[in-house]
Design a protein around this ligand. Sequence first.
Ligand SMILES: Cc1cc2nc3c(=O)[nH]c(=O)nc-3n(C[C@H](O)[C@H](O)[C@H](O)COP(=O)(O)OP(=O)(O)OC[C@H]3O[C@@H](n4cnc5c(N)ncnc54)[C@H](O)[C@@H]3O)c2cc1C
Length: 552
Amino acid sequence: MAEDADVIVIGAGLAGLVAATEIADAGKRVIVVEQEGEQNLGGQAFWSFGGLFLVNSPEQRRLGIKDSFELALQDWMGTAGFDRDEDHWPRRWAEAYVAFAAGEKRGWLRAMGHRIFPVVGWAERGGYDAMGHGNSVPRFHVTWGTGPGIVEPFERRAREAQKTGRLTFKFRHRADALSMTSGAVDGVSGAILEPDDVERGKSSSRQVIGDFSFRAPAVIVASGGIGGNHDLVRKNWPRRLGAPPPHMISGVPEHVDGRMIGITEAIGARLINRDRMWHYVEGIRNWSPIWPRHGIRILPGPSSMWFDATGTRLPAPLFPGSDTLGQLQYIMATGHDYSWFILTQSIIKKEFALSGSEQNPDLTGKSWRMTIKRATNEGAPAPVEAFKENGADFIVRDNLADLVAAMNALVNDNLLKLEYIKTQIEARDREIANPYVKDAQVMNLHNARRYIGDRLIRTAKPHRILDPAHGPLIAVKLNILTRKTLGGFETDLDSRVFGNDGQIIRGLFAVGEAAGFGGGGVHGYRSLEGTFLGGCLFSGRNAGRAAAKAVG
Ligand SMILES: Cc1cc2nc3c(=O)[nH]c(=O)nc-3n(C[C@H](O)[C@H](O)[C@H](O)COP(=O)(O)OP(=O)(O)OC[C@H]3O[C@@H](n4cnc5c(N)ncnc54)[C@H](O)[C@@H]3O)c2cc1C
């Protein structure tokens, strides 16, 4: 039977786009099937903050940050905690990926016109020892233009390849099955969905109007993870994090449905580490939602005081921005699926960023004038102020008694006791007078402010939470927000998928979130952040190059 292309890519998210453009640029013909409409090109990456993990970059060096491959690998391994037999390929991917982040990654992107905001962020700061979880130094490089800025070079390359006929997009084509002949994958079939001009990110119609079947000697699964499907998230929820939360909000659009993962598994592909996932604990309900249950993650600076649902402060080192899964585990052990920040206007102004391209019009719109206001503005950035005003999870009051009463009212409970919360805040506030202190969170503030990037735009000058001069007081109810899938299809460094018998399945590749960002779980248990987009770039590139070579 005639081939329709040399390679078929399932999914036009970042990983699929990278793979497809590498294939087309190698002179091969590629079809990209995508269940959503053309308006959704780029998938989740479009909505992302565009944060990228880079090691020993010129941006870091300019800020005086001394980073190295060895330090980054130490952090990666301490964070990943690889401890399973099936971590063989994830570990190899981790070593290769850190080398990519310390080497080619920045230059490769730069040659395509990608640019980086000069202040490097410090995500997942850890707080254990040198071999434990977290980034020893700031490494979160925000794309100038955020998510759209990382999609743009690959969309451009794809459009050029479209013109030459080497790349064909098949939008509204939903893959429902993979075909195999003599043990090798050789095609994709599925349903054609009715056209739908719904806005990007909104749920689109699933009305079927036809079917399709394409043949090619290689197929790349780039269909993303499971974060939009809460039933699947709960089904795969790891026991070590307690019971699955009864209430969650979605940090991803509904197309992150995990459906293609089941379809690929059904032909014998080996899915590993499905119980490893990366959900956030600082989720707030979007007052202007785009997708169902739409939540936004606060990227918090280090000063907010963090309380569980019963009003007990989270223990050291579970401070904002330190250890996402440590916090999740602690919160789930309280028997409640939410927690609270208490902070001041001075803190929100400097420390609250919201993850998402649409929440950062200054960086997304590449406006220096607007971006500089982050350092100089009287208020918080406009989208943060809008949440403060309209967000269902925000409470603003002039005094603590009113704040705590409103917090109890919001959750329709009486779990929070004013005196208990006041005692803890006052104790912390007494530690502010000296720069050498006992309170580990306050110690962290002094440490953070030694880094110029934090002092400029990320960490408020230490002050008393109950000092009215820094008010009003703000409480934020924090929900659990689903996002990333850390496990996936086991792949070798060419992104070729292994079968359950331990042999490579000929003709089958997996990339991006569907492959656990490479190998079936390059992150192990936890992430250093900015590693997901990068994982799409690296696994997509490896797959595209290998598939192009394999088809001759
Ligand atoms: C708000 C937000 C902020 C983020 N910020 C960052 C950040 O700063 N740094 C970072 O590293 N990461 C970030 N991420 C994560 C990162 O964007 C994603 O993990 C990554 O983009 C996933 O890319 P992907 O190509 O693997 O999958 P996706 O983007 O999910 O693309 C998969 C595509 O496959 C299609 N598809 C699925 N099934 C089928 C099927 N059966 N047939 C046809 N098509 C199918 C889907 O419709 C989709 O278009 C963020 C994510 C979000 C949502």
